[in-house]
Write a protein that binds this ligand. Structure first.
Ligand code: PLP
Length: 463
């Protein structure tokens, strides 16, 4: 049975709270204890809202959460309780979702090139859904997981996305027929097609192209003798805050392309594996300045040159790229701090650079940021830090990862409990072999954009 988050793990706050309120309270506490370690505030209500928004905007899609984006316990258990599925790339991720009781039907092993031990582990856990893009992988699966149900992963045009996965993953259209024929010879069951556009895909039309390509490969599959019935459109959806309309714009393009190439009633189920969309805006990080140095002009790089004769400062923080700022390396993020103490308008600005705590030259977070002079012990706040940033365990950075304080309003918590109750009921019915009914969500959780009115509860298991 799927387990949800425990109430004791959450800072319960008033409805309408802001992350800033929670952060302020925590900073007050921290000032009393003197513990100046970095920490996150994770607004789980934001994750819940994202899930409901997704069900409303993309009603045909079963959402799977891509754990590689952020596998913090609060996110995993909240989404598990809401009935999302999970996309895992390794054994640790699969073990994590199994440990919160997520049934194997709600898990996909979404790496097209897997270590043999991962394939065997998936088999032992009953996880059948997997991706492939080459013959060698088919051979491994045929030998070690004969009941696997495979999705052929297509290469996409990810040239404009912030990560380029098609360099290493995905079969070209030219190779698909051969791969399908080989799978047939090896008696490997191919149930559908997957693709991933790379993170933060800026052009929704690329979804249309990839969905059209998938249609072609479904036809090839039929010619080879497969009855494929599952399309996985991967991740790449924008985090909502990047610009308010972009998620809805992308969803509209995806819905139209699905209606064109995979119309309702065609017998194909649609799933997606979203990461960034769910978590980016939910996490805010607070870090402390541990050392500071004033630099003279000849010490700063040409980019930092300051002809106006202002001072320049180098600040060392207690978190860096090997800890919570992994996104600086992963997708060239350029984190800009918000000052905890607001500067007065007449304070002079100085070119400032920020470095993590290791002696590594790569551990550079930002350069040339114009800020008033800061001091050792000051707090800096970084917003939108939920995607590809939250370190899963002790990092190279020095010491334990930043602690996460989860926050949610009581009313959102009650909505999650309601949804979780329905999920458990569905799971019980399925265990007893009864057909489960999807019940409309009516949780009475009135929030600004009345999210609760539309979504329908849809646990993400794929047949
Ligand atoms: N699915 C796969 C196979 C991925 O590799 C990734 C991220 O790299 C995702 C889903 C999540 O992508 P995003 O964070 O853009 O939603």
């Amino acid at each position: 049975m799927t387990r949800c988050l425990d109430e004791s793990d959450i800072v319960m706050v008033e409805e309408g709270f802001t992350t800033k309120d929670v952060l302020e309270n925590l900073l007050l506490e921290v000032d009393q204890t003197g513990n100046r370690e970095p920490f996150f505030v994770a607004d789980l209500e934001e994750v819940v809202k994202k899930h409901l928004r997704l069900l409303k905007a993309l009603p045909r899609i079963k959402p799977f959460y891509a754990l590689k984006c952020n596998r913090s316990k609060g996110v995993v258990q909240t989404l598990a309780g809401l009935g999302a599925g999970f996309s895992c790339a390794n054994k640790t991720e699969m073990a994590l979702v199994k440990s919160v009781g997520v049934p194997a039907e709600r898990i996909i092993c979404a790496s097209p090139c897997k270590q043999l031990s991962l394939i065997k582990y998936a088999a032992s856990q009953g996880v059948q859904l997997m991706t492939f893009d080459n013959e060698v992988e088919l051979g491994k699966v045929a030998r070690s997981h004969p009941s696997a149900r495979m999705l052929l992963c297509l290469a996409t045009d990810d040239s404009r996305s912030s990560t380029h996965l098609s360099i290493k993953f995905g079969a070209t259209l030219k190779t698909c027929r051969h791969l399908l024929e080989t799978a047939k010879e090896m008696k490997v069951e191919v149930v559908g097609i997957s693709f991933h556009l790379g993170s933060s895909c800026p052009d929704p039309q690329i979804f249309t192209q990839s969905i059209a390509d998938a249609r072609l490969v479904f036809e090839m599959g039929a010619e080879v003798g497969y009855k494929m019935h599952l399309l996985d459109i991967g991740g790449g959806f924008p985090a909502f805050e990047e610009s308010r309309g972009r998620f809805e714009e992308t969803s509209a393009v995806v819905n139209s392309a699905l209606d064109l190439y995979f119309p309702e009633g065609c017998g194909v189920e649609i799933m997606a594996e979203l990461g960034r969309y769910y978590v980016d805006s939910a996490f805010t990080l607070a870090v402390n300045i541990v050392a500071k140095k004033e630099v003279t002009l000849d010490q700063v790089s040409s980019e930092d040159e300051d002809p106006g004769g202002k001072k320049s400062f180098v600040y060392h923080l207690n978190d860096g790229v090997y800890g919570s700022f992994g996104s600086v390396i992963f997708n060239n993020a350029c984190p800009i701090p918000i000052l905890h103490q607001k500067p007065s308008p007449d304070q002079r600005l100085h070119s400032s650079s920020f470095w993590g705590p290791t002696g590594d030259g790569l551990d550079r977070l930002a350069e040339g940021v114009d800020l008033p002079e800061l001091h050792v012990g000051d707090w800096l706040v970084f917003e939108n830090m939920g995607a590809y940033a939250v370190p899963p365990s002790a990092s190279l950075s020095s010491g334990p990862p930043a602690r996460i304080h989860y926050a949610m309003s009581r009313v959102a918590w009650e909505a999650v409990q309601l949804l979780w109750g329905k999920l458990l009921h569905t799971e019980e019915e399925e265990e007893e072999g009864r057909e489960s009914a999807c019940t409309p969500l009516s949780c009475g959780w009135e929030i600004t954009d009345s999210l609760c009115a539309a979504p329908v509860f849809a646990p993400a298991s794929i047949m």
